[in-house]
Design a protein around this ligand. Structure first.
Ligand code: SF4
Length: 356
């Protein structure tokens, strides 16, 4: 019955689930997972269509972050052996952007390990964004930590299409995961990014000790921010971090979570990110049949991913096309240095249809 109620709401009435409806689905036994996955896939197809968005990251400044996020090997507080280096040269970032193109991705995200960008770093990021736009035509996203309103405006003015700022986990669990900034700090930056005109990419990491109910709450807390994209990382415990001894989610728990996120966030790009190889293992393809419709290709920030060719082969096997980006040369930078954003066709199909 809970699945039928969710099906009726999402596929026939074209409305979102209430928390109670989502919790009823979450409490179904894991043996019902195939039915949940099937519904999540239908919701994804009706609300988003078959396309899969591919993105690559560059870890443009690694390690030595002053914050204490318990899952993160880049915090200066933990001995993790992670690479530590300052902001990369523009040429190195351009090389990563060209590799992104070659990997068939359309989104390129510049990530730095900081609490928030100081002025010198922000200027270097803006220069890099400009260079990537001019040379590759890729859509550029940034993940630079906590922002001020002015910083958000400058990033948007530079043509940064999407800003990543994860909530990481649900409000109730956040104080166990981070003590150097608050959940509300994160929510504030997510709102600033949107208010400045950037698309919001906002997700987190599953498997950090949250209960199933808290996982559902987390999805609703994300939905309240109306993100364009929701990255789902599956905790791959990093040696040296406080979470190093935590057992990863089982593949079935991970698939259940992905499917629940699709039901609660029916029109978002739901991106499988770090930990998918470790946690899903042989069930990689199932993640894309359980509602996910976006992937990080290539490496993650501090861990290696599988090859882009393997992911393209998987998409071909599943009959899922790669989402179109702006295309070479369509990102226009005029003589004044102003950036004109390419128009993007609407991704979402009309969600309301009556089932036979
Ligand atoms: S998650 Fe980000 S803010 Fe937190 S420690 Fe890692 S790099 Fe720093």
């Amino acid at each position: 019955m809970p699945l039928r109620a969710a099906e009726k709401a999402l596929l026939e009435e074209g409305r979102r689930l209430t928390r109670e409806e989502a919790l009823a689905v979450a409490h179904l036994p894991l043996d019902d997972l195939p039915s949940l996955v099937a519904l999540a896939h239908r919701v994804r197809m009706q609300w988003c269509g078959p396309a899969v968005e591919l993105e690559s990251l560059v870890n443009a400044k690694s390690g030595a972050c002053p914050e204490d996020c318990a899952f993160c090997s880049q915090s200066v507080r933990y001995s993790t052996g992670v690479d530590v280096y300052p902001f990369l040269d523009v040429d190195e970032i351009l090389a990563a952007a060209h590799a992104t193109r070659e990997a068939g991705a359309t989104q390129f995200c510049i990530v730095v390990a900081v609490r928030g960008p100081e002025e010198r770093l922000l200027r270097r990021v803006l220069d890099a964004v400009d260079a990537v736009h001019r040379e590759t035509g890729l859509e550029v996203a940034c993940s630079l930590g906590l922002l001020t309103e002015e910083q958000a405006r400058r990033l948007a003015a530079a043509g940064v299409r999407r800003y990543n700022h994860n909530l990481e986990t649900c409000r109730a669990r956040f104080p166990e995961i981070c003590t150097t900034h608050t959940y509300d700090d994160r929510v504030a930056t997510a709102r600033l990014a949107k208010a400045a005109g950037m698309e919001l990419c906002c997700g987190g990491i599953l498997g950090m000790g949250e209960t199933l109910e808290e996982r559902v709450d987390f999805a609703f807390e994300l939905a309240a921010l109306e993100p364009c994209e929701v990255p789902i990382n599956l905790l791959d415990p990093r040696p040296g971090t406080p979470l190093q001894g935590r057992a990863p989610l089982s593949p079935r728990e991970a698939l259940q979570a992905i499917a629940l996120f699709r039901l609660i966030l029916p029109d978002a790009w739901l991106r499988l990110a770090g930990g998918r190889e470790r946690v899903l293992g042989e069930l990689q393809g199932m993640g894309l049949l359980a509602g996910a419709n976006a992937l990080i290709v290539g490496n993650y920030l501090t861990t290696s991913g599988r090859s882009a060719d393997e992911d393209h082969a998987l998409l071909e096997a599943l009959g899922m096309p790669v989402a179109e980006g702006p295309g070479e040369g369509r990102f226009v930078v005029d003589a004044t240095g102003a950036h004109a954003r390419p128009a993007r066709p609407p991704r979402r199909s009309i969600p309301v249809s009556v089932q036979p």
